[in-house]
Design a protein around this ligand. Structure first.
Ligand SMILES: Cc1cc2nc3c(=O)[nH]c(=O)nc-3n(C[C@H](O)[C@H](O)[C@H](O)COP(=O)(O)OP(=O)(O)OC[C@H]3O[C@@H](n4cnc5c(N)ncnc54)[C@H](O)[C@@H]3O)c2cc1C
Length: 291
């Protein structure tokens, strides 16, 4: 690993001023499960690294009915997966966090790092897209809010500019009768990244689908919403037919590539199967029984 300068600021303002002073090329360090691996392997050689560990502004999980959920960017996967409020009100987020790596990885890996790394397969991306999360970003130009749908630009690339820090995710309180579910396919049970991941959220106040969101991972350059599949579900009673139809449309909306992990055709079929399963899981959690 090439030598680099290391900073461990105590406040967000201090971190932003270090980034402004040192300029291009630096890297923020969260859990280090992506960054340190890439630095060790020599793929990344930043002249300086700024640790986010001491920044209390990036920590914590809070919820109120009026304000919704706030998750600090430095919250690790183990904390998200075991949080009582997340398990009760946003179990789709616990699904994603519980799947990341091993126990050791989950104790280190943060939700902010998972999103900012911008891997198409990131396991927190589809769940957070499905709950309509907003990224709160602080930087030299002040604060800004970016809907997660607009956060990812390309593999490894987000809207973050040099000097920006993702501070937290904000999630609106889901309407009564909502349920969400995330699952993925990996060849191995653990310690593997998603070949396909699908998150679904449905709102069924009276048994009909008032609103549905379907989010796909690892089947396009960036995690994506399947808007056409969502439109098929909206306003319909829950049935085998409507779920199957939405799943078939989601598989057409996906833009998978073939790689060592699976062919494009295999991924499309996985999107269909996992969208069906994810929607059924979401319907069950919404309090209705899946068809
Ligand atoms: C063994 C192993 C298994 C894994 N399994 C999975 C898996 O199953 N699913 C999965 O999705 N991922 C997996 N990963 C990848 C990785 O663990 C996750 O992406 C993790 O969430 C990254 O978070 P981190 O805190 O470690 O990020 P870091 O490595 O610290 O940072 C990642 C990138 O994000 C930037 N960054 C971090 N925080 C911020 C912030 N707040 N603001 C701006 N930029 C920031 C960093 O500068 C860096 O470029 C695995 C990794 C390993 C090593």
């Amino acid at each position: 690993m090439r030598p680099f300068d290391y900073f461990a600021p105590e406040t967000l303002d201090e971190a932003i001023s270090i980034l402004r002073r040192r300029g291009d090329g630096g890297r923020l360090l969260a859990g280090g499960t992506d960054l340190v691996v890439r630095m060790k392997e020599g793929g990344l050689r930043p002249p300086y690294v700024v640790s986010l560990r001491k920044l209390s502004e990036l920590r914590g999980i809070e919820f109120s009915e009026a304000e919704g959920l706030r998750i600090g960017a430095m919250t690790d996967m183990a904390t998200i997966a075991s949080s009582p409020i997340i398990r009760e009100r946003f179990p789709i987020l616990a699904d994603g966090a519980a799947l990341v790596g091993s126990v050791q990885t989950r104790n280190m890996a943060t939700v902010g790092g998972n999103l900012c790394n911008a891997a198409p397969s990131a396991d927190m991306a589809p769940p957070l897209l499905a709950v309509d999360a907003v990224a709160r970003i602080a930087g030299a130009q002040g604060w800004r809010d970016v809907p997660l749908q607009e956060f990812f630009l390309a593999p490894g690339e987000t809207v973050l500019q040099n000097g920006d820090i993702l501070v937290e995710l904000r999630v609106p309180t889901p309407p009564r009768g909502s349920g969400g579910f995330y699952l993925r396919h990996t060849p191995r049970q653990e310690m593997d990244i998603a070949v396909v991941g699908v998150g679904a959220l449905v709102t069924l106040p009276n048994g009909d689908i008032e609103q549905a969101r379907v989010a796909l991972g690892a089947v396009a350059p960036v995690p994506m919403r399947a808007h056409q599949a969502e439109a098929v579900l909206a306003g319909k009673p829950v049935s085998d037919e409507v779920i199957a139809r939405a799943a078939a449309i989601a598989s057409q909306e996906a833009q998978p590539i073939s790689d060592v992990r699976g062919s494009a055709a295999f991924r499309r079929e996985l999107v269909r199967v996992l969208t069906e399963r994810s929607l059924r899981g979401a319907v069950e959690r919404a309090g209705a029984s899946a068809p």
